[in-house]
Design a protein around this ligand. Structure first.
Ligand SMILES: [Zn+2]
Length: 102
């Protein structure tokens, strides 16, 4: 269960630094390849609590050492849907250089 009080404080701190909240990632073991029901309920609650100008948030699932699967929660009027989202992983310049030198 997420620590709501802690997360709210982080979001407040970011706001003061003009860092906009765009979502939360969390990790799953490989045997749980999808968002759980409680993940979905929590994601919907988060998006409902956001100011109205925020219409979508991103919730990537990290499978450590394997892959990232991304989801987008979208608000359409009063309806919130959670859909698969294609993402591109952008490598840092140093990582690309390291790979070329291997
Ligand atoms: Zn989960």
């Amino acid at each position: 269960m997420p620590d709501t009080q802690f997360l709210n404080q982080i979001i407040k701190d970011w706001n003061e630094c003009e860092i906009e909240f765009r979502g939360i990632f969390h990790t799953h073991a490989a045997q749980w390849p999808e968002l759980s029901n409680s993940d979905r309920i929590y994601i919907i609650e988060i998006l409902k609590a956001m100011p109205s100008y925020i219409q979508n948030l991103y919730f990537p699932l990290i499978f450590p050492g394997e892959k990232i699967k991304a989801y987008c929660a979208r608000k359409n009027g009063n309806v919130i849907s959670i859909v698969d989202e294609n993402i591109d992983i952008i490598k840092k310049r140093e990582e690309m250089r390291d790979e070329r030198n291997e």
